[in-house]
Design a protein around this ligand. Structure first.
Ligand code: NAD
Length: 262
């Protein structure tokens, strides 16, 4: 077991969810102290216990990323508790409704943009200000393959993840003078788990020309579109995040790495 991140402090948002927790655990295994942010207090509690089991400092921060004041206070608390922030995995997100664009619910569109774009922006900006002072920072944003090619019935989600790819490119340029690298990952179909089950079920329910109305058939259709003919496992993400946060990617900034089975 390596401890390449000993002495480093990582902030992970959406840390109580599938991808956030898997990545928080990996960073802990590599020796980083981890500040876990999520708005789901119950799930956060068990997530922190999982991460602390790797023998590093781990603390929960209940925070809704859409609440600017809460983000500011939370990041200040993380800095007070841990002394500094080296890494940000900016990952909290919400998949939204499934409906053709002409029927897409407006309130849900706003909610998706609020969490996935505005929330991610505020976390990135707040943490970046701290990193600028230290002239060091490594940031990974969670985009999605839906932010590279828009899938049917996911207007808000795709728009929000295209925005994350853009935000990543801009932030990489604006923050490069301060020794802060900003990259993104774009998972595609990851399973098993809530997001996979939910999208299979809801794509079937929409009943579009693109997918069957039978969820089992939808799952086959989705997997059939993947060159590697399987969905990705959540455990196939943390190594990529660790690579982008660590110094093996020292000359990479502003890139969006697909984790998509081809
Ligand atoms: P998840 O639902 O398991 O985790 C998301 C976490 O974010 C949850 O713990 C939730 O409580 C938290 N969250 C949501 N809104 C929040 C808010 N306003 N403030 C704070 N926390 C909030 O989903 P996941 O699969 O782990 O997704 C993580 C990221 O990966 C998301 O950005 C998602 O869009 C992206 N993604 C997931 C997949 C996939 O198939 N699972 C594919 C591509 C991209």
């Amino acid at each position: 077991q390596t401890h390449r991140f000993s002495g480093k402090v990582a902030v992970v948002t959406g840390a109580a969810g599938n991808i956030g927790l898997a990545c928080a655990k990996r960073l802990a295994q590599s020796g980083a102290a981890v500040a876990l942010l999520d708005m789901n207090a119950d799930a956060l509690k068990s997530a922190v216990a999982d991460v602390a089991a790797h023998g590093v400092a781990a603390r929960p921060y209940i925070c809704d990323v859409t609440d600017i004041g809460a983000v500011r206070d939370t990041i200040a608390a993380v800095v007070a508790d841990f002394g500094a922030i080296d890494f940000l995995f900016n990952n909290a997100g919400y998949q939204g409704a499934f409906a053709p664009v002409q029927d897409y619910p407006e309130d849900d569109f706003a909610r998706v943009m609020d969490i996935n774009v505005r929330g991610a922006f505020h976390v990135l900006r707040t943490v970046a200000r701290h990193m600028i002072d230290r002239r060091f920072g490594r940031i990974v944003n969670t985009a999605s393959m839906a932010g590279v090619q828009g899938p049917p019935n996911m207007a808000a989600y795709a728009a929000s993840k295209f925005a994350i790819v853009g935000l990543t490119e801009v932030a990489s340029k604006d923050l490069a003078p301060y020794n802060i690298r900003v990259n993104a990952i774009s998972p595609a179909f990851m399973g098993p788990g809530m997001m996979w089950d939910r999208q299979v079920e809801l794509q079937a329910k929409v009943g579009s020309q693109y997918f069957s109305t039978d969820p089992k058939e939808v799952a086959k259709q989705m997997i059939g579109s993947v060159p590697m003919r399987r969905y990705g496992n959540i455990d196939e993400i943390p190594g990529v995040v660790e690579f982008l946060l660590g110094e093996d990617s020292s000359y990479m900034t502003g890139v969006n790495l697909p984790i998509a089975g081809g």
